[in-house]
Design a protein around this ligand. Structure first.
Ligand SMILES: Nc1ncnc2c1ncn2[C@@H]1O[C@H](COP(=O)(O)OP(=O)(O)OP(=O)(O)O)[C@@H](O)[C@H]1O
Ligand SMILES: [Mg+2]
Length: 300
């Protein structure tokens, strides 16, 4: 089931498209990462989804099973959340619950439940001003969950944190994704690889690559062999074209690049190749491209 879908979502600021025709399909039950470098348009996209901004062009549709204003069904943690430092964590979640329409007693019991979920039961009694970055983000996540949303949207939930805070929040998100659909943004591929099911890589307001995490890893983590010889190897390379271990092959004069199913198969097959043994090799190099290489390349 698709919870939220956008069609050609566009936001223009002063003649420039910060979001430039983005199509998203956020699946229910999935953890989706919006991955992109600074200024890619992540926050703007999330602000459009949460209704904090109106799109210049394009459409956002929310799952028809859930009626009314979609904002009722969304929880949101902004990139730079503001907390009242003088409040206790619990007071803050109660306050958010009451703003979201819960009665005072509902808000209190919901706050207790959520503080337990995010590991702040004891800290909830203390003032937020004494919280670490990771604790603040976990409190922000509790706040985003207060009205039981269908989807929580977290804008760079771990970017500003030190390694300990990062781990705390990523662990929490890992647990949450068992029960809640999550959409979060990050500029760190590693974060996305740790917890997401689906990834959208965005750059200059456009989706450049998207898909399931495993599918993308498989597609881009390909072992590649580069061969260079003294002789022209275009003719010889044709004999490899239909080999079962070859995924993709590009030959030009003395150079050949082969992408393989597995590095072992490629190595074994090539080293056993009689013709190759007779060639004067200048280079035989094995390389493993990864999603990281791809991300660096598309966002460079
Ligand atoms: N309110 C605004 N008015 C004018 N330009 C804006 C506004 N908000 C964002 N932009 C521009 O839109 C582009 C995308 O910004 P956005 O904040 O969405 O990127 P981002 O991916 O969230 O970046 P970051 O990783 O730094 O948070 C940037 O060039 C930014 O300067
Ligand atoms: Mg941002």
């Amino acid at each position: 089931m698709i919870l939220i879908e956008t069609d050609n979502l566009t936001k223009t600021f002063n003649g420039t498209n910060a979001v430039d025709g983005i199509n998203l399909k956020i699946r229910e039950g999935a953890c989706t990462a919006l991955l992109g470098p600074n200024g890619a348009g992540k926050t703007t996209t999330l602000n459009l989804l949460t209704g904090l901004m109106n799109p210049t062009k394009g459409k956002i549709s929310f799952d028809r099973r859930y009626s009314g204003d979609r904002r009722k069904h969304l929880g949101y943690l902004p990139q730079y959340p503001k907390f009242y430092g003088w409040m206790t964590g619990k007071e803050y979640v109660v306050y958010a619950g009451e703003l979201g329409g819960l009665t005072a007693s509902e808000a209190r019991s919901r706050a207790e439940e959520l503080l337990k979920l995010v590991g702040l039961t004891d800290a909830g009694k203390k003032r937020i001003s004494g919280y670490s970055g990771g604790m603040k983000q976990r409190l922000g996540i509790a706040q985003a969950l207060v009205h039981n949303p269908k989807l929580i949207i977290l804008d760079e939930p771990v970017s500003a944190l030190d390694p300990i805070g990062r781990r705390e929040v990523l662990e929490l998100m890992k647990r949450l994704k068992e029960t809640t659909s999550i959409l979060f943004s990050t500029h760190v591929l590693h974060d996305a690889e740790q917890i997401s099911d689906d990834i959208y890589i965005i750059q200059d307001g456009r989706v450049v690559i998207d898909g399931g995490l495993e599918e993308l890893q498989k597609k881009y983590q390909q072992p590649t062999v580069h061969i260079e010889t003294e002789e022209n190897i275009e003719e010889w390379s044709k004999s490899l074209k239909n080999a079962p271990w070859v995924r993709h092959l590009k030959a030009e004069k003395q150079k050949l690049t082969v992408t393989a199913e597995s590095i072992e198969d490629a190595r074994n097959a090539l080293l056993a190749d009689e013709r190759l043994r007779q060639l004067k090799l200048n280079k035989f190099e094995v390389e493993k491209t990864s999603l990281e290489d791809l991300f660096m390349e598309v966002t460079k």
